[in-house]
Design a protein around this ligand. Sequence first.
Ligand code: PXP
Length: 242
Amino acid sequence: MSLPLRLGVNIDHVATVRNARGGAVPDPVRAAMLAVQAGADGITAHLREDRRHITDGDITRLMSALPVPLNLEMAATEEMLAIALRHRPHAACIVPEKREERTTEGGIDAAGQFERLAPIVAALGEAGVRVSLFIEPASAQIDAAVRLGAPVVELHTGHYAELDGDARAAELRRLSDAAALAAKNGIEVHAGHGLTYDNVVPVAAIPQVVELNIGHFLIGEAIFVGLKDSVARMREAMEASR
Ligand code: PXP
């Protein structure tokens, strides 16, 4: 039997549009509140080291305005750890970050970076922040998440979203096997990156997945149908496949 499936709406790209001109509009906090009204269970925001979209001030305002949990995406750095410990969001998702990338291109190498991640995962956990590791759907990464004591993993669906045909089916199997392995080890399973109304359906059907974090497509669709409609339609697509 499938567990209920939550939708976390990532509002980074509302801030991208705002920052294209400087100034205060469009406001990502306003977008977050609208997404909540439309059925988002949580809000996700990535405070990147170069502050290209979400800013420190956005995090402060989100923390005081949101009636739902904030999932702070962050690189595993001392600077981001200090910010996360100051705000204590509901959750922190640790992602790899390269300055020159357009978006988070791959999962964090939890196995290879074990020593660097261990103190960060521990410090966040001690502060009551629910840590998730954004990883590739691979058993070595799940094993490392178990050893790190991370309560949550978020499986990177970016490759799945880019592939088609047999290659997509194979990647979907990797996602589903990784979800089963993580859940068997007591780890909560989230997924995200590159999801759309269409490609979300098989991912939402993986019974162990309990949260999807979706941003770029929803904000893009909002240009045509409004954010409330894009979020509501995504919810419908998710629920139909459960
Ligand atoms: N989950 C994580 C960890 C991410 O880094 C991102 C992108 O910021 C997303 C989900 C959302 O991806 P997208 O914007 O492609 O929906």
